[in-house]
Write a protein that binds this ligand. Structure first.
Ligand code: GAR
Length: 200
């Protein structure tokens, strides 16, 4: 049984997709042990609690400096003896010590077809604003392993989504979630839980 930790900063719709996939049987051999957020107001924490999953908040603001936060985050993660860490809309840079310790065991969902619209400054709605500004006709989402760079690790899964006439960033964001993110993130976890490993 793959022990999964999910890290979140916001609404947690990707977390919900993971929980639904486990409940519905499209992810097998995996269980979510903990949900960790940097943001005390993250609705994702409520989703975890109402599912009976431990929900932990570690805010960088409660620590004297980034090094202290990074240390506490790694210690917290280590408590759960996780096989896989899933970044599901986690908008904090993963400490290098954690990447080193969990190399090949951290995956991230990004709301574009990497290498387009990714890297520093591209997160959440900003990704879709940039895609619309460039006028692309196809966008999508990517699940990739996390390395020391920003959105630079090996790609595990991608799914394309059509951009439609008149799309706003919000409309496009929702379509990318529904048609791509909520499908490929659970699929990636299921693949890893059932034997696929790479990216280290
Ligand atoms: C998702 O669209 C995810 O791809 C994005 O944040 C959103 C979180 O939504 N992540 C990034 O932009 C990471 N660079 P959610 O909290 O509803 O799952």
């Amino acid at each position: 049984m793959l022990r999964v930790g999910v890290m979140v900063s916001g609404g947690g719709t990707n977390l919900q997709a993971i929980l639904d996939a486990i409940d519905g049987g499209s992810i097998t051999n995996a269980s979510v042990q903990v949900v960790i957020s940097n943001n005390p107001g993250a609705y994702a924490l409520e989703r975890a609690k109402s599912h009976g999953i431990e929900a932990v908040c570690l805010s960088p603001k409660s620590f004297p400096d980034r090094a202290a936060f990074n240390k506490a985050l790694l210690e917290k993660v280590n408590e759960y003896q996780l096989d896989l860490i899933v970044l599901a809309g986690f908008l904090v840079t993963i400490p290098p010590e954690m990447i080193k310790e969990y190399r090949g065991r951290i995956i991230n969902i990004h709301p574009s077809l990497i290498p387009s619209f990714c890297g520093v400054g591209y997160y959440g709605l900003k990704v879709h604003e940039a895609a619309l500004a460039r006028g692309v006709k196809i966008t999508g989402a990517t699940v990739h392993y996390v390395d020391e760079g920003v959105d630079s690790g090996p790609i595990l899964l991608q799914k394309a989504v059509e951009v439609k006439e008149g799309d706003t960033p919000e409309v496009l964001q929702r379509r990318v979630m529904e048609e791509a993110e909520w499908k490929i993130l659970p699929e990636a976890i299921n693949r890893i839980a059932n034997g696929e490993r790479s990216g280290s």
